[in-house]
Design a protein around this ligand. Structure first.
Ligand SMILES: [Zn+2]
Length: 91
């Protein structure tokens, strides 16, 4: 599995984590009438789970797959934004 496939898998996992976090906040809100602490907890957990995003780098130049020049998006690049390497085919 190359770095692009790993990055895609991470993006899908984070989508699942965000949906699970939203569900958790709604459930806590229904049972306790407020969700401020649950919201704060979910944000901290999502940030910790998303630390791995910094390890998905282009094998040729080291540019992060989730950055388009200076903008970070939640889905990985197909082509490296710095050197243009075709990432799904790169090993
Ligand atoms: Zn590159």
């Amino acid at each position: 599995m190359n770095v692009y496939q790993q990055a895609r898998r991470h993006a899908w996992a984070m989508i699942g984590n965000v949906l699970f976090g939203c569900l958790f906040i709604v459930i806590v809100d229904q049972f306790f009438g407020h969700s401020t602490l649950a919201f704060a907890g979910v944000i901290v957990v999502l940030v910790v789970l998303n630390r791995r995003i910094l390890t998905f780098n282009c094998p040729r130049c080291g540019s992060n797959l989730f950055f388009r020049k200076y903008i970070m998006l939640p889905w990985p690049n197909r082509h490296c934004s710095r050197c243009g390497l075709d990432l799904p085919k790169a090993e």
